[in-house]
Design a protein around this ligand. Structure first.
Ligand SMILES: NC(=O)c1ccc[n+]([C@@H]2O[C@H](COP(=O)([O-])OP(=O)(O)OC[C@H]3O[C@@H](n4cnc5c(N)ncnc54)[C@H](O)[C@@H]3O)[C@@H](O)[C@H]2O)c1
Length: 362
């Protein structure tokens, strides 16, 4: 490191979909990237979901501009030790390490809360102590709104649910929807706890904190499993002939979709001109959205294969039937940000990525 002043970006969850994209892009923007990831995704979801391959890829592609720390974010002292090395050279903290699955959260609430809520607190504290000028960027989730969107006036169409055209959220749900007094599931509650604490460190301590609440994300470098990484997992199932179960709502539940690189572009824009304690809903909006049955049609068309799937009429508690986020607050604050990948492009990229990996299983 030879004494010269570095611009450091610390990225937690650097082996994951969002963290690896952030590591690459901040490195390309001239930052030295410090990755924190202990491959806990393997513990959550099994060997297929390990993110070690992705950390190897970053080490190879970024080279000497990437330092990796296999540190557990639940370990406060170990997190402090990483921040202490780089101190005020840290200009950006991207916090993308998480237990990311709704179903897994129900299985071990204490672990879920320790990773998602306490892990976030540890990173906030280390930022406050060692890098108080840094931008602290938190990948929150639309799940902080729990099932509140289900109280909107839903209408059932042929392949998806929608909301009535006169509704104030018709263009997408804004940040003024309450996150209170609804059913979140354990995962949604631990992420909401973290989201509130991130905001609080902006308000109470003046840190440049931001929460990005996203719907579904996709991209090339995702280690998808049945519990997390819906689009990539669907693609894997159709390619490998694996059975897929659709839960509830006739498969007409809706999600908006965004490529991880468009989310990271938003991180970069924020870090150039940070505003404390901000919260943004961000995603593909109405234009880049899908229902499960529409997604099944698309993956069948792309692969030329029939999907082996069945339907279970089980409603998952705390699940929103319709999630389309309205990104207009972010677009107003950061007018240079635009979405660069449409629905076709994202599906094609996920298809390409899965075809090499899973074709042999057929
Ligand atoms: N992928 C999506 O569709 C989506 C949608 C909305 C919100 N999000 C949120 O975005 C964030 C990133 O999502 P992702 O898809 O990149 O997840 P991911 O699982 O691909 O990546 C998370 C990474 O964090 C690591 N990790 C987990 N626990 C850790 C711990 N205790 N210490 C250190 N590292 C740990 C994992 O090993 C993994 O590599 C999450 O907070 C998630 O809740 C994701």
């Amino acid at each position: 490191m030879g004494g010269h002043i570095l611009s450091v970006a610390i990225v937690s969850g650097s082996g994951g979909l969002v963290g690896s994209e952030a590591s690459q892009r901040f490195a390309a923007a001239g930052y030295d990237v410090v990755g924190i990831d202990n491959d806990m995704r393997r513990l959550f979801f099994g060997a297929d979901a390990s993110t070690l391959w992705n950390v190897d890829r970053l080490e190879r592609s970024i080279g000497s501009g990437y330092w990796h720390f296999s540190v557990d974010i639940r370990n406060r002292e170990a997190v402090r030790d990483v921040f202490r090395i780089y101190g005020r050279e840290v200009e950006v903290v991207v916090h993308a390490a998480a237990q990311p699955s709704r179903d897994w959260g129900e299985r071990e609430p204490s672990t879920d809360f320790a990773v998602n809520a306490l892990g976030t607190l540890n990173l906030l504290e280390a930022t406050r102590e060692f890098a108080p000028e840094a931008s602290f960027i938190f990948t929150s989730t639309s799940k902080v709104y729990g099932d509140a969107p289900n109280s909107l006036p839903l209408i059932e169409l042929d392949t998806r649910y929608d909301i009535e055209s006169g509704n104030r959220y018709h263009a997408g749900i804004r940040e003024d929807m309450s996150i209170d007094a609804c059913h979140h599931g354990v995962f949604g509650a631990s992420k909401a706890a973290a989201d509130l604490m991130v905001q609080e460190y902006g308000r109470s301590f003046g840190l440049n904190t931001v929460c990005f609440r996203t719907g579904t994300l996709a991209g090339k470098h995702q280690s998808a499993t049945s519990h997390h990484g819906l689009l990539s997992y669907l693609m894997r199932c159709v390619i490998s002939g694996t059975h897929f179960t659709v839960y509830g709502y006739k498969g007409k539940q809706v999600r908006d979709l965004m490529h991880a690189s468009d989310l990271v572009t938003a991180f970069i824009e924020y870090s150039k001109n940070p505003r404390p304690a901000e919260v943004y809903n961000i995603g593909g909006g109405r234009k880049i959205s899908f229902s499960i049955v529409e997604a099944i049609d698309r993956v069948q068309a792309l692969t030329g294969k029939q999907m082996n799937w069945s339907y279970l009429s089980v409603m998952r508690a705390g699940d929103a039937i319709w999630w389309i986020g309205d990104s207009s607050k972010f677009e107003t604050h950061y007018p240079k940000w635009v979405l660069t990948r449409n629905l076709d492009m994202i599906f094609e990229e996920v298809h390409e990525m899965n075809v090499d990996r899973w074709s042999e299983a057929t």
